[in-house]
Design a protein around this ligand. Structure first.
Ligand code: HXC
Ligand code: NAP
Length: 235
């Protein structure tokens, strides 16, 4: 299992859960120190070594390097890494919105096309799960670049599912509602006000938990789910 952005937040919890189930997990993102610590933290729980690769999704050569260097072609790729911040759209700089599109839209497509080609060339089936957001479908103020980028990735899920099913490659998007992570909530809810308001709108009356998302994906990525592809699933 390859998990981008697996050193923190939701990706780290997925890495912990899948490693504990016996999977061979590699996490990948920019910050080597964060990745190293995550591997150590997870090993203490799973007693199963987790590997890491330094990766900057903004950089095509960095994605190519990872795809070329990875020891085994993954059966499962979780495109979980993202960048986001809250900003009035009229105040966004060119570099600001472009940066989010580079990471979330172009980086996710780059990883998927390069790793997918490797799977196809090696006749290896696989699953890509793209972590989306519910606002990719509805739209949302103040996170325009992220909303656009995630919507593009959702379209990739559907388009490539149609094209790659014949290779045994499945693609799914999972769009979680709000789940507390430091990375997301310090950037998007610095005052804590959003959390208080959104809880009133959530049917279960609480935020989701990181482990609930990790557990949900277990079925989707398993061979018990081999006929499901091209879907955007709100969680
Ligand atoms: C306006 C901002 C900004 C902000 C950065 N920029 N933060 N503009 N408001 N809060 C602008 C910068 O000024 C710069 O433009 C441009 O964005 C690029 O900034 P860099 O710092 O050079 O980019 P980079 O190093 O690539 O960092 C990317 C990042 C950063 C997204 C800006 O926050 C990051 O590394 N994030 C990674 C983790 C993350 O975002 N996690 C949250 C995911 S949560 P100028 O013009 O000045 O050069 C998520 C949740 C969804 O997606 C749903 C929740 C319910
Ligand atoms: P997070 O902890 O901030 O995770 C984002 C990860 O992306 C970090 O580990 C970061 O690692 C990595 N990353 C950022 N830029 C990168 C780049 N250029 N190249 C490679 N990796 C990069 O936030 P999170 O809440 O766990 O978010 C995980 C995913 O869930 C994201 O796709 C997010 O949009 C989605 N999501 C979250 C929520 C929520 O409520 N938490 C809701 C809906 C969707 P480095 O800094 O080491 O690069």
């Amino acid at each position: 299992v390859l998990i981008t952005g697996g050193g923190t937040g939701l990706g780290k919890k997925m890495a912990e859960v899948y490693s504990s189930m016996g999977a061979n997990v590699t996490i990948a993102s920019r910050k080597e120190e964060v990745l190293k610590k995550a591997c150590d933290d997870i090993f203490k729980i799973s007693r199963n070594e987790v590997h890491y690769k330094v990766l900057n999704l903004k950089n095509h050569d960095s994605v190519t390097k990872l795809v070329n260097e990875i020891d085994t072609i993954p059966d499962i790729v979780v495109n979980n890494a993202a960048g986001n911040f809250i900003c009035r759209s009229e105040d966004l700089s060119y570099n600001g919105w472009n940066s989010i599109l580079d990471i979330v839209l172009k980086g996710t497509i780059d990883m998927t096309l390069q790793m997918g080609k490797k799977m196809i060339d090696n006749k290896q089936p696989g699953v890509f799960v793209n972590i989306s957001t519910t606002y990719a479908n509805t739209g949302s103020g103040f996170v325009l670049p992220s909303a656009i980028a995630k919507a593009g990735c959702d379209n990739m899920t559907k388009s490539l599912a149609a094209e790659w099913g014949k290779y045994g490659i499945r693609l799914l998007s999972v769009a979680p509602g709000p789940i507390y992570t430091e990375g997301a909530f310090t950037r998007l809810d610095p005052t804590g006000d959003f959390q208080k308001k959104i809880i009133k709108k959530l049917p279960m009356g609480r935020l989701g938990e990181q482990e609930e998302l990790a557990n949900f994906l277990v079925y989707l990525i398993s061979q018990n789910c081999n006929w499901l592809t091209g879907q955007i699933i709100n969680f």
